[in-house]
Design a protein around this ligand. Structure first.
Ligand code: MG
Length: 436
């Protein structure tokens, strides 16, 4: 097990100073009769432990001589025959650096002792199945105060610390994994682009993306894949992915791979026929320019709001030029929010171990100043739904272009690399068609 998890626990405990943190693994989520959704570990728990099995809880107690306690599923030959190997208590001690480890079934009985005389409890209520257990342990201690047993009096959401720690990606080891997740996401997107001339349905493209990312070593998609052809591209989180691909339409693909927990998130929009129509190209170039200026503006010292404002300026001016609004005044399109009819989301979200990563976006009610080690998406788009006030020749066109950036000392590293210039995309599609 990498040293990085022990280092993160040390830093977490330095920030806690005192008290005890209880960080549960994500629950298994059942459906149907005896079936389960594919298991996705909780990112806070994984960040601190590197442990990927369900039914586990990490306890951190700074100042204690054995500060890291792990509760895990114990070995069970019957269950392991059905569902695979478990690390067990022995594995938790030997492979995951636990100072003490116990079967998960002992958590409720041990909790009062773990909380006793700890002034602060770092635990997130409403996020796991253990709220009742925690409340019972606090109540049990409260009943024994005359004997010198005291429960925590202050309860703090551990995300106040973990969100801030996870927001900054400054360790070489974690940056390498993050780069790899983005590289696999990029290669899988390029594989899909080359298959596009031979695909007839959105589902084909979704399948090609999944095949590529699994072959490249990723564990899963980092969010539900969006493959939206034609007017479906105007639905921001379209996930049906089963419509026919019609020549003459664009197809918007928003997809990412998760590798060792790290998430890539890329959107590209391609012409199904192999070439952009005049109207598609006009809108595409506006979005691409909005994407370029946002990446150029991504550096320490700015804010996500300021980066977005750069994109919105380009998008609004482009739409004004094409006659989208009764007015020709770009400032009023921005100030009155008229652009939001065609661009209704933000340009960026944090990115990391979660695709929509943790960490506050505002400090003291203001957009926070970004700094080295922060990572986010850059994803302007334009979505012209039928029935909108834009000129009819643009109706049904949805475009999004998204890359992932990591802030460096004085700019940003673009972690993703998939062709996005019109001539590049058209050349690759022509070449792919001819090669077959
Ligand atoms: Mg995305």
């Amino acid at each position: 097990m990498s040293e990085i998890f022990a280092k993160r626990r040390r830093i977490m405990m330095e920030h806690m100073q005192e008290g005890v943190a209880i960080i549960p693994a994500a629950p298994v989520r059942p459906y149907g009769n005896g079936l389960e959704y594919s298991y996705v570990p909780d990112s806070n728990f994984y960040y601190l432990t590197g442990y990927r099995e369900p039914e586990a809880i990490a306890v951190l107690r700074p100042g204690h001589e054995r500060p890291f306690v792990l509760f895990v599923r114990d070995n069970d030959s019957f269950a392991e025959t059905w569902f695979g190997k478990r690390s067990g208590v022995k594995g938790a001690l030997e492979n995951y650096g636990a100072d003490e480890a116990y079967p998960i079934g002992e958590f409720a009985a041990k909790l009062p002792e773990l909380l006793n005389n700890k002034p602060k409890l770092f635990y997130r209520f409403g996020a796991s199945e253990y709220d009742g257990t925690v409340l019972s342990a606090i109540a049990a201690l409260r009943g024994k105060m005359r004997l010198g047993f005291y429960p925590p009096r202050t309860i703090i959401d551990p995300d106040l610390i973990l969100g801030e720690l996870r927001l900054f990606k400054n360790e070489a080891e974690e940056i390498d994994l993050f780069r790899k997740a983005c590289q696999i996401s990029s290669e899988a997107h390029i594989a899909v682009l080359k298959k596009l001339p031979f695909c007839n349905n959105e589902a084909d493209l979704e399948g090609e993306f999944y095949l590529a990312l699994r072959r490249l070593g990723a564990e899963r998609v980092s969010f539900n894949t969006i493959v939206a052809a034609g007017v479906n591209g105007c639905t921001l989180h379209y996930e049906e992915n089963r419509a026919a691909l019609n020549r003459g339409d664009l197809v918007l693909i928003d997809a990412g791979a998760q590798y060792q927990g790290w998430c890539g998130d890329i959107s590209r929009t391609y012409p199904i026929s192999g070439t952009f129509s005049k109207e598609q190209a006009e809108l595409y170039e506006i979005v691409l320019e909005a994407h370029r200026v946002a990446i150029a503006a991504s550096r320490p010292g700015t804010t996500l709001d300021a980066i977005m404002a750069e994109s919105v300026k380009v998008l609004s001016a482009g739409m004004v030029n094409l006659g989208f609004f009764p007015t020709k005044d770009v400032n009023s399109v921005i100030e009155e929010g008229l652009y939001k009819q065609y661009f209704m989301h933000r340009v960026s979200h944090w990115l990391g171990l979660d695709c929509h990563d943790v960490g506050d976006y505002h400090i003291g009610g203001k957009a926070r100043i970004v700094d080295k080690g922060m990572a986010f998406s850059i994803e302007p788009g334009l979505y012209v739904a039928p029935g909108s006030g834009a000129p009819e020749r643009y109706h049904g066109i949805g475009i999004r272009i998204e890359d992932d950036v990591l802030l460096t000392d004085n700019g940003c590293e673009v972690l993703t690399a998939v062709p996005k210039e019109i001539n590049e995309i058209e050349a690759i599609l022509a070449q792919a068609k001819n090669a077959n």
